[in-house]
Design a protein around this ligand. Structure first.
Ligand code: SAM
Length: 314
């Protein structure tokens, strides 16, 4: 492990501040080895039981708390990726923490739902599963090549209730105020959860400055997401960043300005250990309800993730 490249020192300082002592060993180990592969069978394309039968030789293990979701050891990833079921969209390889964000959103049939930062569409397609391909799903993406990737993926995965928009998500709230039953903002972020000491490129574009730049973007997007939500509706804000500036601080600043929004408690499947959101960062007190958000720590089963669920009053 020691011979692997070291993570940036500013990042390990961040881990020192965020990770409790008893978790530190598992967190450090997670940056040095590939974790298991998780995938979900896609009921919008093919018959899940038949797809599972087709994969029997890989011996997938069901994951408790996650519908139609299975685990394989890291060495089976290649075979799964190249399986006919993966290429034609009968299954989708996806991390447990990403799937947990959609469990928190809890999409329902016949609703109108907005995914405000959607490409490549992994979470959009899981929202469509929850909606049973009914209602209306708006998927927004601002980056052109990623927008085309989103469209292609949704088609391959059998999603028929989605409309894709090449747009800056920050203006969507103004264009469609109080329209959606639920909104997902899986915000563009510094991607700190994807760091791996096996692949130093994973942090090539990271710096504390990048964190600040992403935080500015996230602040605009969350305001737009809140505007687009119907009274009584639910907003899930999540990132694959560890920095509180991209998570608790974004929520805290938004809640200070918006008395119509409130955080709500969040239950995640028990196999994903998580900590409450921080209510103090760098000596500054944050909005006291921010502890209702959850920080999934990097570990043997999943990458790090931050998930929060907010309700618009009324
Ligand atoms: N939810 C996606 C999934 O699970 O497949 C991943 C989303 S990724 C974390 C964030 C996405 O937001 C990126 O595709 C990025 O290009 C897009 N993005 C960045 N700025 C945006 C903006 N202003 N409006 C909408 N999308 C934006």
């Amino acid at each position: 492990m020691e011979s692997l490249p070291q993570l940036p020192s500013e990042f390990t300082t961040l881990l020192d501040a965020l990770v409790p002592e008893h978790y530190r060993e598992q967190v450090d180990a997670s940056y040095c080895q590939p974790g298991p592969t998780h995938f979900r069978l896609n009921p919008l394309k093919g018959e899940p039981a038949a797809t599972l039968e087709e994969l029997a030789s890989l011996q997938p293990q069901a994951v408790p708390g996650f519908p139609l979701t299975y685990q394989l050891p890291p060495e089976s990833r290649e075979a799964l990726t190249h399986s006919p079921a993966a290429s034609d969209g009968r299954l989708y390889i996806q991390g447990l923490s990403s799937m947990a964000a959609i469990l928190a959103l809890d999409p329902q049939p016949e609703e109108e739902i907005l995914d405000l930062a959607a490409a490549p569409g992994g979470k959009t397609s899981l929202i469509a599963v929850g909606m049973a391909n009914t209602g209306r799903l708006a998927a927004v993406e601002a980056v052109k090549p990623r927008y085309f990737k989103l469209k292609a993926n949704l088609e391959r995965l059998g999603v028929s209730n989605a409309h894709c928009y090449l747009k800056d998500g920050a203006i969507v709230g103004r264009l469609t105020p109080e329209r959606f039953d639920r909104v997902l903002l899986d915000a563009p972020c510094s991607s700190e959860a994807q760091f791996s000491r096996l692949s130093p490129d994973s942090w090539a574009h990271w710096s504390p400055r990048k964190v600040k730049e992403m935080a500015r973007k996230q602040g605009k997007l969350i305001r737009s997401a809140m505007d687009a939500l119907k009274p009584g509706g639910r907003l899930v804000y999540c990132t694959c960043a560890l920095s509180p500036e991209e998570n608790e601080v974004i929520l805290s600043d938004a809640l200070e300005k918006r008395s119509d929004m409130a955080l709500e408690a969040l239950e995640l499947p028990a196999i994903l250990p998580s900590l409450p959101g921080l209510t103090v960062w760098k000596g500054k007190a944050l909005h006291p309800t921010v502890d209702l958000s959850r920080r999934i720590l990097p570990g043997p089963l999943s990458d790090a993730f931050f998930i929060s669920s907010l309700r618009k009053k009324g």
